[in-house]
Design a protein. Structure first.
Length: 277
């Protein structure tokens, strides 16, 4: 279905269709623009306005309000996409929310909204995409999780739990869908320079998130999507690999992970202070 090189990604199909969630800002905004520029038919969705799509060719795009927490909304927009473009080649489940804070400070709504958007939304979209792509005998499902789903992150416990569930769900359905000709990838990035970073910056509870050597860019995630997922068909994509592997070690040896946490938190607090200055 797809062909590329290490430096570029070339679409073989004539105007394949990609469906993305969370396109109003950050990773989703950037990816939707890149997919459009690469010649895809783009279904861009969000609960917020997407002004970057106003200059797009209406024949090649569908921009829709989609609340990923409502299964009927998913069905409505998926029907519109299939009616307009006839097929679904790629789904990128990207929409997500985060509420920093230690467990005792979280409200019930803080818990519910993260589970609804980060987990239920992904499951609803993946279910529909699996049905469509299995019938087609082709397609690629890409779920955006997080390194917080590879190793538990204190101060972001609910967010971490939802992303771990997304990762496990994606790895589980990969075998099911591979038998039907459908590729599956889960992308687990470290902290990315988006509005979600800004949201976490004032919160000491989120210090561990800031303990990496560098903050990722949306272009880093773009390369993960096009070069590692669509081109190489990698199943699990850790960005960066080094920190992802460190997270796996900490997850495999929880006591060791707990010992490492204190020094990483100190590093993260210093980074937060520097970024706020």
């Amino acid at each position: 279905m797809y062909r590329g090189t290490s430096s570029s990604f070339v679409v073989e199909l004539m105007n394949p269709t990609v469906f993305l969630t969370g396109c109003a800002q950050g990773i989703g905004r950037h990816l939707s623009q890149v997919f459009y520029e690469k010649g895809y038919h783009v279904v861009a969705t969000d609960v917020a306005p997407m002004p970057h799509t106003t200059d797009w060719d209406p024949a090649r795009c569908l921009t829709e309000h989609l609340d990923v927490t409502h299964p009927t909304d998913w069905e409505r927009v998926m029907d519109l996409a299939l009616e307009k473009f006839g097929a679904l080649d790629v789904l990128v489940n990207n929409a997500g929310v985060i509420v920093p804070g230690f467990a005792e400070s979280l409200t019930v709504r803080d818990i519910d909204v993260q589970i609804a958007v980060n987990l239920s939304g992904v499951l609803y979209g993946s279910r529909l995409a699996a049905q469509v792509m299995a019938r087609q005998g082709s397609g690629h499902l890409i779920n955006v999780a997080s390194l917080a789903g590879v190793a538990p992150i204190h101060g972001l416990a609910v967010y971490s739990a939802t992303k771990a569930a997304v990762r496990h769900f994606t790895l589980a359905i990969a075998y099911e869908l591979r038998q039907r000709g459908v590729a599956v990838s889960v992308i687990c990035p470290d902290l990315v320079d988006t509005a979600m970073l800004t949201q976490q910056l004032p919160h000491p509870a989120a210090a561990l998130t800031f303990s990496g050597n560098r903050v990722l860019t949306v272009e880093d995630v773009e390369r993960a999507v096009f070069e590692r997922a669509l081109e190489r068909k990698e199943l699990e994509i850790l960005v960066p690999r080094s920190r992802g592997l460190l997270g796996k070690v900490g997850n495999f040896f929880p006591e060791l992970g707990q010992r490492l946490t204190a020094s990483l938190v100190k590093k993260g607090l210093r980074k937060q202070e520097e970024m706020r200055a």
